[in-house]
Design a protein around this ligand. Structure first.
Ligand code: UDX
Length: 438
């Protein structure tokens, strides 16, 4: 059992702190947002993450997990402090470290016991050294026994608890191997490979992993565009590819592309680091361009089918950047909606979890209470996010209520032949010969 402090209670910090508590540690989570801390102290979650509410409640009741805004209280007796605050993209795509700096300085101001400072936030390569320098300078004259360890997270939203408790690997980087080994003890019972490297290598593993996954998705999306012209079905191409152990079947789903708070930010940040250090990330640039273009292809498709989109009514199913999360950051659905609205289309939409978040930011968007109201009177219906509840809709009812039976299946969720037989004009992503002629 260790006394741990986690600073930042967002998607990463809250899951990390709760899971460490569930493993038997005494965890204090700190945030500077009073509303967030008040809600957490009433067991109201600031994010939608399956299973999180119950896990938080269990560990708070067991006395292993507390939430506070007070740095003194949070860091009291802490032997390890995790920095899990946001690193938003700056103008050039660089990661903004102002929150990381603020936390490092607060730790330096308050702590007098030996402490290991762990970077859990995704930070540019070299940040570990920079945090050590920030703390040393802040403590000028009052030496502190501390060490910085990089411990990047590989949590996917919607499966974060599972990803934490059953990781493929734990990566730890530090100038002091014993500090990394001390942190590795927190993960010992998870029985997974633990890789200990230097700081920069650990930081780079995170960026390279996310950039590779984004590349894999942009690759299959490029293949889908070629399949569309050559008459092949990309879903079967992906299946044939994925059976090769060297390729693997995951992250080969063609569609509207990737979004979220990680891939877009991390790929941009990695490309920025590369350029700053005199290399030319052509592949990363192409990966981002392909991804951006996937949204545009949906609008081109609809313009070809419906003519001018001005005043057309378009329904969109799904707003979150992927299923099982309420997160709409860099959501492909919202990118498509904005492109449609720019052409004068009237867009309406529904999402099982994100409606509240979207209502605040998308004033032009008509929000409907269910998928059928989205389809009612629509000239076209777009599937943007692969939520389970969209898998088996009553398409007879949908077809009867639409103005034109045009469907753009942005995630290849539905059966092209079945929908075509029902009289829909069905467009998937890379599904070979355009079903219904052409
Ligand atoms: C990702 C990484 O998977 C995780 O390891 C890292 O810690 C954080 O970033 P996340 O962003 O939560 O996790 O979602 P992920 O499941 O990776 O999906 C990212 C995006 O790619 C989503 O928009 C999803 O719709 C899209 N995607 C995923 C595809 O378009 N095709 C696929 O085959 C898989």
């Amino acid at each position: 059992m260790s006394n741990i402090c986690v600073i930042g209670t967002g998607y990463v910090g809250l899951v990390t702190g709760t899971c460490f508590a569930d493993l038997g540690n005494n965890v204090r989570c700190l945030d500077i947002d009073p509303e967030r801390i008040n809600k957490l102290n009433q067991n109201i979650m600031p994010i939608y993450e399956p299973g999180l509410e119950q896990l938080v409640s269990q560990n708070v009741k067991a006395g292993r997990l507390t939430f506070t805004m007070d740095y003194q209280e949070a860091l009291k007796d802490a032997v390890i402090a995790f920095i899990a605050v946001g690193t938003p993209s700056g103008m050039e795509g660089e990661a903004d470290l102002k929150y990381v700096r603020s936390v490092a300085e607060s730790i330096a101001d308050i702590v007098d016991q030996p402490i290991i400072i762990v970077n859990k936030s995704t930070v540019p390569v070299g940040t570990g050294d920079w945090v050590a320098d920030v703390v040393t300078k802040r403590r000028a004259g009052k030496p502190l026994d501390f060490c910085v360890v990089s411990n990047p997270e590989f949590l996917r939203e919607g499966s974060a608890i599972n990803d934490f408790m059953m990781p493929d690997r734990v990566v730890l980087g530090s100038v002091d191997r014993s500090a990394a080994e001390r942190v590795s003890q927190l993960y010992a019972t998870l029985r997974c490979p633990i890789l200990i490297t230097d700081l920069r290598t650990a930081e780079m593993i995170k960026y390279a992993s996310n950039a590779f996954l984004a590349t894999k998705i942009s690759f299959i999306n490029e293949m889908s565009n070629i399949c569309e012209e050559l008459g092949a079905d990309v879903t079967q191409v992906a299946r044939g590819m994925g059976l090769d152990k060297r390729i693997g079947s995951e992250f080969l789903d063609a569609g509207l592309g990737w979004g979220g708070s990680c891939f877009p930010k991390d790929v941009k940040a990695l490309a920025h680091m590369a350029v700053l250090h005199g290399t030319h990330p052509q592949l990363l640039q192409a990966v981002m361009d392909i991804n951006r273009n996937q949204r545009r292809r949906v609008v081109l498709r609809l313009r070809k089918e419906l003519g001018s989109l001005n005043d057309k009514v378009i329904g969109v199913l799904g707003l979150s950047f992927k299923p099982n999360t309420d997160d709409i950051r860099e959501s492909p659905a919202l990118d498509v909606i904005h492109l449609l609205q720019n052409e004068g289309a009237q867009v309406k939409a529904y999402d099982p979890q994100s409606m509240e978040l979207v209502a605040n930011s998308e004033k032009q968007l008509k929000l409907c209470e269910n998928p059928y109201l989205v389809a009612e009177g629509a000239d076209a219906l777009i599937l943007a996010t692969m939520w389970n509840e969209f898998k088996q809709l009553d398409f007879e009812k949908i077809k009867a209520s639409m103005k034109q039976p045009v469907i753009v299946d942005g995630r290849n969720l539905w059966d092209p032949d079945a929908l075509s037989k029902m009289g829909f004009t069905y467009y998937g992503v890379g599904r070979g010969v355009k079903v219904n002629g052409e």
